[in-house]
Each structure stands twice: as structure tokens, then as C-alpha cells.
Design a protein around this ligand. Sequence first.
Ligand SMILES: [Zn+2]
Length: 432
Amino acid sequence: MLRQKEKELMRSIDSRKERIIEKLQTLIRYPTTTPGLGCKAEGQSYRSYQQDIQKTLEGLGFAVESWEIDAAKLETFWGSGVDPDRDLSNMPVVVGRREARKGGRSLLLNGHYDVVPPGELNAWSHDPFQADREESRIYGRGAADMKGGIAAMLSALELIDEAGVELKGELIFQSVPDEEGSTMGTLACCQKGYRADAALIPEPTDMKIQLALRGGVSGKITVFGRAGHADRTQPHFSEGGAVNAITKSMKVVQAFEELNEEWRLRPDKRHKYLDPDIVIPTLIHGGEWFVMYPEKVEIDFTTDFIPGTTDLWKELEEKIQAVAAADPWMKTRPPKLEQTDTLLYGAEVDEGEAIVSTAAEILEELGTPVELTGSGGLTDAVHLINYAKVPTISIGPHGSTAHMNDEHIEIDELVHLTKIMTLLILRWCGYS
Ligand SMILES: [Zn+2]
């Protein structure tokens, strides 16, 4: 049940709706797009955004540290996702810390300020960086993923402060870059030693409590054939005949399907909140000329896997080896398997963690259906959970327009989220 002070705060959130909206609009108007692969951040928007956050945090009594990440200096390990060549300059990290006043539990609030590029501007009915308000919504890149959640967190902190409520526990606020590119922003914070009793990342989760995430890695497999005239009868390959790489590549695609079917049924690949491991061929290139036996086929693929899977790559290798061993040609020219991006592990928080029950209790009291969920994709939570050992949950707005044209957030949801954040901070850290 809401206590008197909490009820007052909930009412003040309703009356300050316009200020919460303005906060979000300010954040959206910094075009902090994630640099493409091989590119670096250009322009002032990243620094300006972070200066804005820093100023807000300092106004709330946080001690703020800001730095640029040198990716090559990060510690790497299985699943770290570190890409030492990625240039993260011009995208500073800002971390604010406000010490415990009376020894309550500490809470870490984390939000990535990079947003995916807007794509085709003509396909938007609103400028992606103007933060237009139309009827019940605010439009703009990042409205859902995840400047809406960040605006709610900052508004919650300001409202608590203005109401003169003193929190007992320590607060850490991390404003990080490049979640959409690499997750190295949060990893850098973890490697600097920031820890707390629990963490919240308001990524879009359709207002559900997200506590599990699948890991992922992408790769490429090259299947070899032997060139030859397609209009001539070819002798057997052992007598020098041509071999069709396209035909052979079908065995690899078939093998991926078999793996998916196996993973779908294997008990060790079952997860309460996540789909089982999966490998998906996503691009295929092959052949050289229309009357020639194709010499080579390249298949790009992507995978997702549950946190318990630590040997996905080995399983792929063994499957491909088995395919090659059963085919006389492929035995002599086995397909080549390569990793094409950094491997990032999955992560999960036990549903019995106190932060999960605290969040569930708050949702229930605010009349929001309580649902625990997992995510097929990754967020910065993986590093907080695995590396920093901080139980981390996400609760955020509806995300159906995240990464899409006309991304938006419902104003009612933004306000509701601010209430959730406010109560979570109050109840987790304790207050007097
Ligand atoms: Zn996000």
C-alpha cells in the first residue's frame, strides 16, 4: 500500500507532467546516433547531451566523473563483446554518485544515450530529432529506446529531491554511450569498479520486468566447390571433375536447421523466459558465372543463445565437422567457419532477487499487470549482471516502435514510468 508521502509524490508527478515531457524533448533533441561500424562519433551533440546530464546530476548533489573510453584498454574475456578497434572518442561516459546518508541499499541507474540512426527521413511523419508532441505522444528517435526511460529516471530523482525526501541508500547514475554498437560503455563503468546492491535500466520492455537476456554472436561459413563448365559432363571429383558449391552449401543450411530442431527439444536449452538457442542464415553469396559450376558459397549467420550456453561455437564446429565427414568431397575441402563479430554472453537474474519482488510489488500497487520476461536481444544489463554481479532488471515503455520510423512514447506511459521509478528508488534505497 502506498504510504502518505508516496501518495503525495504520485500526485505531484501528475501535476508536473509538462516538465517530464520537456525533459524528454530536450534529450531527444540531441542527435546522439550510434556511429556505424568503423566510424566514430562526429559533432557536438554527444558532449552537449552529457554536459546536460552532468549539470542535472550535480544539481542533485551527485559527485560526477566523466571520461572517454579507450576500447583497446578494456579487459577482454569470453563473452565480453569488446571490440578493441572501435573508436569511442567524442562519446564520453558520465557517472554520478551520491553517497549513502543512512546506510540503506544502494541503487544503480543506467541508461544508454546513443540511439540508432533514423534511417530514411522521408518515411518519418515527424522530424526524428524535434521531439514533436502530437495528441498523446512524443515522437523522436530514442523516445522509446531509451531516452523516455532516462527522462523518467531523472524526473523521479528531481521530484524526490524537491519533495525534501532524504534517501538512505547510495545512488549511482550511469549515462553511457554505444549500447546499440557494442555495450562497452557500461562494461567500462563496471571495470572502473562501480557496484551497487541492485540496478535498473529502463530499456523498453512493454512495462514488464525483464530479468533475462540471450547472448549472441555472428559468423560466416564458406563452402567450397570446384569450378568447371556447366554444359559439359563432369567426371567424378576424385578424377578431377567439378563440384557444385551451391549444392554442397545446402547441406550446411540443412545442418543449421537440424541444430535448431535439436536445441528446441534439448532440456538444457530450455529457459523459463527465453527462447532456446538458434542459428539463422541471414545472407548467402555464391557462384561466379551462369554456365560455371560455382566454386564458393559464403553464408553469413547470426545466433542467439541462453545464458547457460557457453559452448555454442563448439557445437556449430562439431556439427559442420560431422557434415563434412559424411561427404567425400567436403571431407577433402571442409567448410571454413569464422566469427564475424564479438561474442557477447547472455545473462539472467534470479526471480527471487529482492529487486524483482520490490518492482513487482510497485507495479501491482500502481495497477500495472506484473509480468516477468526475457529478451531475445542484448542490453547493457549483461555486464552489470555477469561482470559486476549486480542484480539488474529493466522496466520501460512499450518498445514496438524502437528502431523504427516514427518512434514514439505515449505521454501517459512516460508519466506512469516516472511513478514506477520514483517508488522503486524510494523503496529500494529507503527514506526518511
Ligand atoms: Zn536500448
